[in-house]
Design a protein around this ligand. Structure first.
Ligand code: AMP
Length: 363
């Protein structure tokens, strides 16, 4: 029996590239759909060059591949539904729709799964922001299309109301209570439609709303770490998850709240390539193919640093003086400020001593 499959990936950025590399190690072939001919995944896969929502191109991808997956959640779910064969997209389009819209996502998490999220209210028009209780702070987020802090307004009093109303006049929003968390954490979990396997809890440090550093294991109590993992398992089981999913959470002094889910491998899980015996990309590929999933072990404490466009030189200097650090560069042809160009993973028991490349740089 030939167990080699052709896997179609929608999106050829770094996540698509690292998924493709994992798939190739396992003997599969990869075809990627991306509008950019020399995108990172083009180095390791065949390409269909077209916009992500081009139904003709999606159909070609579906015809050429046994199984489809995606590297980001803003994929045209309706377009996919038109072209996929039964069981060809094990992650399903429901999960896409949930994670594309914060209103559906909050409802799913709090009502259908029953995990704790920040208290929230759906905002359909600017008038829904009248009579806010200003003894509390809030974060207003657009229901769709927001990323890395875009499409968000933090409300710390009446002074922020005008910009909040402005955002609410453009689209439906979710108004969340501001959580005074101690740490931001995330958990990667992978499923094969039947069982799940869960990665260690990751601690995430953001700068300018972009992930800067991930520390594993997260510096939280064993009790909270177990709780975070149980919440991720509950979500994955409710979804009958296939592939990898990242659950982003806030850790307060004594509890965990879920912030959002990303139905794919995630930047905060990149450390797993070297620091775990199976990476989030390996388990993603195994999971979407419905294969048995391994229990994942962390070899040692690790730190991952993101390399943005403005950090490339610093990162190269860093690996010269830390030759046991692993530098990944995604092969993007254009270097831009704040663009994720690569990452560095190193084993370290002293994460505070591993200084982020962006620290101290005001950008
Ligand atoms: P998000 O797009 O939901 O991931 O939010 C981007 C960032 O905003 C998060 O990583 C947090 O640092 C911050 N944030 C989001 N929601 C809240 C909240 N309810 N309370 C406090 N900070 C938040």
């Amino acid at each position: 029996m030939n167990s080699s499959k052709t896997i179609g990936i929608i999106g050829g950025g770094q996540l698509g590239q690292m998924m493709a590399i994992a798939a190739i190690y396992m003997g599969h072939k990869v075809v990627t759909l991306d509008p950019t001919i020399d995108c990172p995944a083009s180095r390791v896969s065949e390409m269909i060059v077209a916009p992500y929502n081009d139904v003709k191109a999606l159909r070609e991808l579906a015809e050429r591949c046994d199984v489809l997956t995606y590297e980001f959640e803003n994929v045209d779910a309706d377009g996919l539904d038109q072209v996929i064969k039964p069981d060809q997209l094990p992650q399903g389009t429901e999960l896409l729709r949930i994670s594309q819209n914060r209103i559906f996502e909050k409802d799913f998490l709090s009502n259908r799964v029953g995990v704790r999220v920040a208290p929230y209210k759906v905002i359909k028009s600017p008038e829904d922001l009248d009579e806010l209780d200003f003894s509390k702070n809030y974060v207003l987020k657009t229901a769709t299309g927001g990323y890395d802090g875009h499409g968000q307004v933090v409300i710390r009093g009446k002074k922020d109301l005008a910009s909040a109303r402005d955002l609410a006049s453009q689209s439906e929003c979710v108004l969340e209570e501001f959580i005074h968390f101690e740490l931001e954490i995330s958990v990667i979990i992978s499923g094969n439609g039947r069982d799940v396997t869960v990665f260690p809890v990751q601690e995430n440090i953001h700068r300018n709303n972009i992930l800067s550093k991930t520390i594993v294991p997260a510096r939280i109590s064993q009790k909270l770490a177990e709780k975070a993992k149980r919440m991720a398992i509950k979500i994955a089981e409710r979804l009958q998850l296939s592939g990898s999913l990242c659950v982003e959470m806030f850790a307060t002094a004594d509890d965990i709240l879920v912030n959002e889910i990303a139905p794919r491998p995630h930047n905060s899980g990149h450390y797993s390539i070297e620091a775990c015996d199976f990476s989030q990309f390996d388990t993603h590929i195994l999971g979407i193919l419905g294969q048995e999933l391994p229990t994942v072990h962390l070899h040692a404490s690790a730190v991952m640093l993101n390399v943005l466009g403005q950090h490339i030189q610093k990162a190269q200097e860093f690996v010269r003086s830390h030759p046991s650090a692993h530098l990944h560069l995604y092969g993007k042809t254009e270097t831009k400020h704040n663009r994720k160009m690569g990452h560095v993973t190193l084993f370290s028991d002293a994460p505070d001593e591993v200084v982020e490349f962006g620290k101290g740089i005001d950008f």
